[in-house]
Unconditional design. Sequence first.
Length: 470
Amino acid sequence: MSIKSKLYCCLSICIPFAITLFYVWSTAADVAFRDDMYLIKGGFVEKYCDGSLAFGDLWRPTALNRILGYGAIQWVNMKIFGMNSRIIVLLIPFLILASAILIYRDYRKSLLPRCSMEFITASFFLLSLVIFSVIQWEGLTYAYGFVFQAPMPFFIASFISLELFVTRSDLKYWFPAFVFPTLAILVFGGNLAFVFAPSLGSTFLCYLLIHHFKLAKDCWFRLLLISIFLIAIACLYLYRIHENDYFSSSSGLLDKIMIIMISPTNALQFLLAALGASVVGVNVADMYLSFQFMATLGMFVLFLYGLSMYLFVASKLYKITYLPLYLIMQSFFYIVFMMIGRFGYGIDYGMASRYTCISIYGLVGSLWMIIFFLVNSNNIKPYKRILLYMPAVVIFSGILVTSIVEWRIQPHRQAYFKKLHEIALRVDTATDEELSKFEERPALVRGSLKILRDCNLNVYRSSSPPDLSH
């Protein structure tokens, strides 16, 4: 790779990364917020403060998800930095950067040697704009957003490792094939752990169908071996998953499925609106668009997924990599699983920004397949080529509008976190209305803040300045 190509490669990733890092740096504040309140009062933070913290407290489920990695990082944060929420938030852009680099690795491999490095890096800049989009602002502005962002690079690395392990017999692929899935599921799985099995299974089923199940015996052996290992990891993850959950729910899985079956039309609208929110952010939708428009946009995304999978087969991208297909499967199943768990909260609940941390990668996989098809189709008719440009136009129009709106909101969001900092410092006299600004029950917020104060953590530690936003 020439120096010029390396420069283009660096810029295609680093420019969007720098913009996102600046957004996080200028917005996030050093204050506990939202879901973190559950982890403080009666959670592992309180256990840390009274000196009784054990591994079981970090392994404790939250909404049927294990957040061991986040708990471990918070433990280090409390021990060294006094639970500085800002430090964790600033780690998030680097998690996204890791995902971008992993995707670029396979993206470059898929287009070489047919395309020049200049074209590859320039076109990947478009994918980077999606990956680093501020449409995912909820996952960029407070510490618990780490739980939504951390799984992606580990699951992408897991899929790449497993793909190499199954399709190639080289011993060097064995170690990462067992290590990355372990880290992804047991440590950083979060809300993606349940999605990994159907996403991985459907992708490898496509692999088997394309090859008509005619695989070498050693390939079948590796497939069986890794399946047994993943089942063992899943059993360990699920063992006593319902016990002592931070977010205990009175309704079980069957009850939630029954609610969906009673209102299938509304459930479909929920699903479509959630998919549409990966293109146009929820704040744009609330201010300028109707719910019906977002559902229609979701139909476009669903059609794009189907078109992309057709192009995946037609262009024979499967001969090089299955990663873009996995990204689409992961996004789709994530939205489906999220719908099952959140449908009861309202028909528009799936449009929340925190869910776009995952769903935007389906768009990345689709754009990747379209680009690959276009560069490998010399005789495609001009009108068909123009039609294939249209999804990119829609996606980047949505990202542009969303970015403009979110950057206009950014000063208000920054001021909001400053206000929370000030309220926390006078927790004894703060009203319930003020404490509700932390977006949790006032009683829980007050109790959690008092624990932080008694333990000299977060905004109450001696080194905490009144304003960390500059």
